[in-house]
Design a protein around this ligand. Structure first.
Ligand SMILES: O=P(O)(O)OC[C@H]1O[C@](O)(COP(=O)(O)O)[C@@H](O)[C@@H]1O
Ligand SMILES: [Mg+2]
Ligand SMILES: [Mg+2]
Length: 349
C-alpha cells in the first residue's frame, strides 16, 4: 500500500495546470516546510531559555508579544516571500505586507496561536487562511482580507503538540496530516473527518462566568446540571486556552467551543480574531460537517471590517451549536426545557 502524503494530496488537488489551485498548493508546501522548522526550534529546548520572555512590545490587538510570536511571524513572512502571494496579513503586524503585487493570493495568519501557553509546554499552533486577491492590493492592502470567509480557497492549522499535524481544507472535506520524522514528510492520518452532530462536552473559560450575558450563562448552567437538569445527560468540560488544541479535539471526538463576548473591557466581542482565527477554523469545521457561529450567524457569512477585529465564536458539533443559537434567539423554546426549569427570567416569557 502506498503512503498518502501531503504532497500527493496537493498534486491531485492542483493537477498539472497553472492557476489558482497550483498557487494554493505551492503556498501550502511553503507553509508546511516552515512549520517543520518552527517545530524543530520548539523541540530544541530553547523554549524555556531564548523564548520564554516577552518581546517588550504589543501587537495590533494589544497582546504582549512573546519572543516566539515574533520569531514565528518572521519565519512565515520570509517563507511566504517565495510563495505566489500578493499579501501577508498577520496577527503580529498592524498592516498587511505587500509581497508580489502580481500574485493571485493573500494569506492571513496567526503565526503562533495559544502563545499564553508557551511556558507551560501545552500545544501551540499556526492558523492560516488563503484568499483570492480582491480590490487593489497595493493601494489598499486590506481589501482582500475583508471578504466573507466563504471565499477562502484553503484554510488550516499546524499544531505543535505531541505530534506535529496539519489540519487542512481546500474546500472538499477536512483532512489531517501528521509529520513523519521517519519519512520526513506529512502523511495523511484522517481523510474527510466528520464531527459527530451531538455531544456531551463543552469548552469555555468558566472564570468569565459572571461576565457573560444571560443566554451563555443559562446554556452552561443547563449543561452543569447534567442528568438532573433539562438536558438530562451529564457533560464533560475542557479548557486548554489553545484554540488549535480545542479545534483538533473537537474534530476528532466532537464537542463544542465557546468564546462569547463578555462584559470585560475590550471583550465585548470575545477574544478570537475573525480574519486569521475564526474564519479558517470555521471553514475547517463546516467542511467536517460541524457549525461555527458568532453565537447566532454563521462565521463564514460575516464581512470583516477590520484586520484585527474580534468576534464571538461558537463552533463544533452542529446540533449543539444550533442549540446555543436558540438560547440567544428563542430562549423560551429550548426543546428539553421542563416546566421545573422555566422559573428563570429569560424563560418565563
Ligand atoms: O486566555 P483566555 O482568555 O482563556 O483565551 C484563550 C484563547 O486565546 C488564544 O490564545 C488567542 O490566540 P493568541 O495566542 O494567538 O493570541 C486562543 O488560542 C485561546 O482560545
Ligand atoms: Mg491565536
Ligand atoms: Mg497568535
Amino acid at each position: 500500500m502506498t503512503t498518502a502524503t501531503l504532497d500527493a494530496f496537493l498534486v491531485s488537488y492542483a493537477g498539472d495546470a497553472e492557476g489558482l489551485r497550483a498557487a494554493v498548493a505551492s503556498t501550502i508546501r511553503h507553509l508546511s516546510m516552515t512549520a517543520v522548522k518552527i517545530r524543530n526550534t520548539i523541540n530544541q529546548g530553547a523554549l524555556g531559555r531564548a523564548f520564554n520572555g516577552s518581546h517588550n512590545s504589543r501587537n495590533a490587538d494589544g497582546d504582549a508579544q512573546k519572543d516566539l510570536d515574533v520569531f514565528a511571524d518572521d519565519m512565515f513572512l520570509d517563507a511566504m516571500r517565495h510563495a505566489p502571494l500578493a499579501l501577508y496579513g498577520s496577527e503580529e503586524l498592524d498592516q498587511p505586507v505587500v509581497l508580489d503585487p502580481r500574485a493571485p493570493l493573500a494569506i492571513a495568519i496567526d503565526p503562533l496561536d495559544g502563545s499564553s501557553n508557551i511556558d507551560t509546554n501545552v500545544s501551540l499552533g499556526t492558523i492560516f487562511s488563503i484568499l483570492p486577491v480582491a480590490g487593489e492590493p497595493v493601494g489598499e492592502p486590506v481589501a482582500s482580507f475583508f471578504q466573507e470567509g466563504r471565499r477562502q480557497l484553503a484554510a488550516g492549522f499546524f499544531i505543535y503538540g505531541p505530534q506535529l499535524a496539519l489540519v487542512l481544507t481546500v474546500g472538499s472535506g477536512t483532512h489531517i496530516f501528521v509529520f513523519s520524522t521517519r519519512l520526513g514528510t506529512f502523511v495523511q492520518a484522517y481523510s474527510g473527518i466528520a464531527i459527530a452532530p451531538r455531544t456531551q462536552e463543552f469548552a469555555i473559560n468558566a472564570a468569565n462566568y459572571r461576565q457573560w450575558d444571560e443566554a451563555v450563562r443559562l446554556y452552561i448552567d443547563d449543561c452543569m446540571q447534567g442528568t438532573e437538569g433539562p438536558r438530562a445527560k451529564d457533560f464533560n468540560m475542557r479548557w486548554i486556552a489553545s484554540l488549535v488544541a480545542e479545534a483538533y479535539r473537537i474534530l476528532v471526538r466532537g464537542g463544542v467551543f465557546l468564546y462569547p463576548g463578555d462584559k470585560r473591557k475590550g471583550y465585548g466581542s470575545g477574544r478570537i480574531r475573525l480574519v486569521y482565527e475564526a474564519n479558517p477554523i470555521a471553514f475547517l469545521i463546516e467542511q467536517a460537517g460541524g457549525a461555527a457561529t458568532d453565537t447566532v450567524n454563521p462565521i463564514l457569512d460575516l464581512i470583516p471590517q477590520n484586520m484585527h477585529q474580534r468576534v464571538p465564536l461558537v463552533f463544533g458539533s452542529a446540533r449543539e451549536v444550533q442549540r446555543i443559537g436558540r438560547y440567544h434567539t428563542e430562549p423560551s423554546n429550548i426543546g428539553e426545557r421542563a416546566p421545573l426549569f422555566s422559573n428563570r427570567g429569560l424563560f418565563r416569557a
